[in-house]
Design a protein around this ligand. Sequence first.
Ligand code: FAD
Ligand code: DHB
Length: 416
Amino acid sequence: MTVHERTQVGIVGAGPAGLLLSHLLALGGIDSVCVENRSRAYCEARQRAGMLESTTVDLLRAVGLGIRLDAEGLPHNGIYLQFDGERHRLDFRELTGGRQLMIYAQTEIVKDLIAARIAAGAALEFEVSDTSVAGFDSGRPVLRYTDARGERHEVRCDAIAGCDGFHGITRPSIPAGGLTMLAERSYPYAWLGILAAAPPSTDEVIYCRHDNGFALHSMRTPEVGRLYLQVPADEDINNWPDDRIWAELATRFALPSWALTSGPVLQKSITPMRSFVAAPMRHGRLFLAGDAAHIVPPTGAKGLNLAVADVTALATALVRLLRDGDPSLAAAYSDYCLERVWRSTHLSWWMTSMLHITPGQDQFESRLQLAQLRHLVTSKSAATMLAETYTGYAPLHYDPTTHLDAPALWGSTSAA
Ligand code: FAD
Ligand code: DHB
């Protein structure tokens, strides 16, 4: 038997994009059903991003999600760039006139969002299967899924949001020709990431270019470090016992009178690196957001921040469409988001290319990387360009009562 239901927005995926969209829509008086094929525990434990742009932090605070973020997040004012046996600090706060980053893990944002949605009585279903979307061309979209108890649901919606990540089902549901641009780049290396019960050996994140490959030292709490190593693409994690990981991290980060504190590895995984952009991010009444529409290699920490920016715009557009009958922001959604997406795609491609060692890399490439890094740590204008792009673009506003048109609301993603 199929249960027939009705909602305004059907949301596929309860990652940061889907959960935040459902939260923002509720603030604007729009109801939604959000379905997720993993369990709540899995979503809350999945280790991913951690570095939040100042614009993301401000948005989360403004929509009631700042309490634990401010109590437990680790404010950061800049980064270290290490290359050629030297470590240099870039003070992003000073370079941008006050913008501050925050380390607050994606797992914690997801926990905060799930708690807020459940407290608000939201329709949020975990462990669903056989999710499908249809009818978004006809203006009568339908979301179908089987719930954790095995009951089949058919939900009539006014719009569907594809927030189901890169491997989800919404983007492939768009008929052939519906996506007019698919741009992709894969990289010949991957990241091995660890979460470790080891106090961070640095006060701010270190991006390190070493002849053995890239390394990144980040953190989650004053007791827990998050570190990454460049490894070959398709590397087998079994080739990396904990001792080998710590030894390689120590080699890449080595500096006189500095030591890396090691500790038990709590979790480790390998992430492939890819850039991907699909456009437009809208097909009829189906709107794509976050990793469902685009992914970036993790260098520069843009993925989660882009997902937040997308759904902030999408929530405003859907409130205007569904509450006021005004389609103008929905029409402008894709172009507006893609401007930011391409800037982040460039930043993450550029940081990746500058800091990683390509197999077979020659002297020419190495010297270009080092020249670029040297320029960043010696030229204030070069450092400012990185600082502005790394810390965020134009502020993200969410005001569901706004009646501004797209040019006034979203004139440009550039910071004022
Ligand atoms: P997701 O977080 O992928 O959420 C999509 C959700 O949809 C998932 O919960 C998924 O289970 C669900 N779903 C999929 N298919 C279906 C279906 N058929 N039905 C129902 N639900 C479905 N970014 C950084 O900035 N720094 C990092 O260090 C970093 N590390 C990463 C490591 C990994 C392994 C990955 C995959 C990504 C990483 N990212 C990182 C990127 C960042 O985490 C993502 O950009 C962010 O998660 C995007 O959020 P999202 O909600 O769009 O997608
Ligand atoms: C983190 C991840 C990144 O990709 C990055 O560039 C900086 C920090 C992190 O997981 O903390």
